[in-house]
Design a protein around this ligand. Structure first.
Ligand code: PEP
Length: 252
């Protein structure tokens, strides 16, 4: 079912103690989180098991920020989807633009990761979004369509039903520059239509599509109010417990 979701991507921030403190602070504020809002935190890999132990009796869920494209074996430094699942994490972010830009992740790699996540009972949070020059030269719909055609549209309907999508215009991530609610809604509506054309009306209605890119309590009300925006994938503002919880209260 289409859900309201606020997911926090901590990126490479917070050592273990700081991460545990942030999780604790969010747990202490969880009574403020509306009942119909699902809250997910994505700390670095090495914090997952400890943070899961802290949140396991709460409504908060845990996600990894990435997983390996291979199942297991001699891949020094990598962390597999099954390892992620064994920490108690239920979600994994796949295809974040920072992974695409700094670690050369292609759509093929992203599809392999999505398949491994699904095989290991993880819900993939799959990111898509255009770069600044692609927005400026009017290519943004084509770019996003191609990213989705090369990845999630290769899944079966049943597999796709586990996917959460995140539209993150690259020019808005960590820049303080947010897409306007109209720009974001226009793309979310486009993505939902593609889901409908590739799967079904029901799939389109049931898919949660999150917006990401400098989303914070001061702009989330307008964004979350849009028909096709079901919540946010939050970077910077997820590192402050009050802001993160505040975001969950800005759905109308
Ligand atoms: C992100 O990294 O997914 C993100 C949206 O970051 P920020 O909110 O900091 O722009």
């Amino acid at each position: 079912m289409r859900q309201k979701i606020v997911a926090g991507n901590w990126k490479m921030n917070n050592d273990l103690n700081q991460g545990l403190e942030l999780a604790e602070a969010i747990i202490n504020l969880q009574h403020e989180i509306p009942e119909d809002v699902h809250v997910i935190m994505a700390p670095p890999f090495i914090h997952l098991a400890d943070i899961h132990r802290k949140v396991k009796d709460t409504r908060l869920k845990i996600s990894a920020q990435n997983c390996a494209e291979e199942e297991k074996g001699a891949f020094t430094g990598e962390v597999s989807a099954s390892m992620v699942r064994s920490t108690g994490s239920e979600y994994v972010i796949i295809g974040h633009s920072e992974r695409r830009a700094y670690y050369n992740e292609t759509d093929d790699v992203i599809l392999k990761k999505i398949n491994l996540a699904l095989k290991n009972d993880l819900y993939p949070i799959v990111c898509c979004g255009e770069k600044l020059e692609q927005r400026e030269n009017g290519q943004y719909f084509n770019v996003v369509r191609e990213q989705l055609e090369n990845t999630i549209f290769k899944l079966s309907s049943e597999e796709f039903s586990k996917v959460i999508l995140a539209y993150e215009p690259v020019w808005a991530i960590g820049t303080g520059k947010t897409a306007t609610p109209e720009e974001a809604q226009e793309m979310h509506q486009f993505i939902r239509k593609l889901v409908k054309d590739n799967f079904s009306d029901n799939a389109a209605e049931d898919t949660s599509i999150l917006y990401g890119g400098s989303c914070k309590p001061s702009n989330s009300t307008e964004l979350f109010k849009q028909d096709d925006i079901d919540g946010g994938l939050i970077g910077g503002a997820s590192l402050k417990s009050k802001d993160f919880v505040e975001l969950t209260k800005t759905f109308s």
